[in-house]
Design a protein around this ligand. Structure first.
Ligand code: SAM
Length: 221
């Protein structure tokens, strides 16, 4: 199996199951024009996030790692008109592009882009005031995944879902001797999740237009 096949299969299913979406296409174009790296979730993955958020009737969503707001749009569209999404982004240029894309998507009123290191932005969130969040999507610097997971758990309620992207890293996660910071961050995350009695979790390996990777899904008990 090659990446060509994964791409073709993603194209086949997305062509049938995902409607043409000029707003999402324009967001990706704006990202490219702004020089942002094309490391957003794929359309199929974005729709998965949207369906998961819809299926739990999410009213408050937290995201760590905004980039140009592509996944934010998918998630934000699952919210009711009085819903709220807080998304954390360290790079002011990424945040600026994201805010423009979110305005174009009609989501500016319900999305709050917090600019700065996510540990600071998350630390400033109060579970009683800003939360609880029904769903958290973690997709920033992988070395800090465990800190983001701990904040997500603090800001959750029983029944909340926490999703972490890029936990498989083309299989490198299985290398116990890895010195890669992202792999080590994923090891720390997975060990913390395994020892955390307040969540039940699994991981799903994925292939597709974004290569070979995977999600960790944790349900807060
Ligand atoms: N979730 C986005 C999507 O699918 O459209 C993609 C996010 S991209 C993989 C990761 C983002 O996290 C980048 O925009 C990067 O600038 C941001 N980031 C990296 N380190 C961060 C940190 N310490 N705090 C907040 N954001 C960070």
């Amino acid at each position: 199996m090659t990446e060509d096949v994964w791409q073709a299969v993603d194209g086949y299913f997305s062509g049938l199951l995902l409607e043409p979406d000029p707003v999402l296409d324009a967001a990706l174009e704006a990202n490219a024009l702004g020089g942002l790296p094309a490391i957003d979730v794929s359309p199929a993955q974005g729709k998965l996030l949207h369906l998961l958020a819809s299926s739990i009737g999410a009213r408050r969503i937290l995201e760590v790692g905004t980039l140009g707001g592509y996944s934010t749009i998918w998630l934000g569209r699952a919210l009711p008109p009085d819903g709220r999404l807080v998304t954390c982004e360290i790079d002011p240029h990424h945040a600026e592009v994201a805010m423009s894309n979110l305005a174009m998507a009609g989501l500016a009123e319900i999305v709050d882009v917090r600019v700065g290191p996510a540990t600071d932005s998350l630390g400033a969130l109060d579970a009683a005031v800003d939360g609880p969040f029904d769903l958290t999507f973690i997709d920033a610097d992988k070395a800090s995944n465990v800190e983001y997971f701990r904040h997500a758990l603090r800001l959750s309620r029983p029944g909340s879902m926490i999703i972490v992207d890029n936990v498989v890293r083309a299989g490198r996660v299985a290398d116990a001797g890895s010195t890669d910071a992202s792999v080590l961050g994923t090891h720390r995350l997975t060990e913390a999740v395994a020892q955390e009695p307040r969540v039940s979790a699994t991981t799903i390996q994925t292939v597709g237009s974004k290569g070979y990777d995977g999600f960790l899904l944790a349900l807060v008990r």
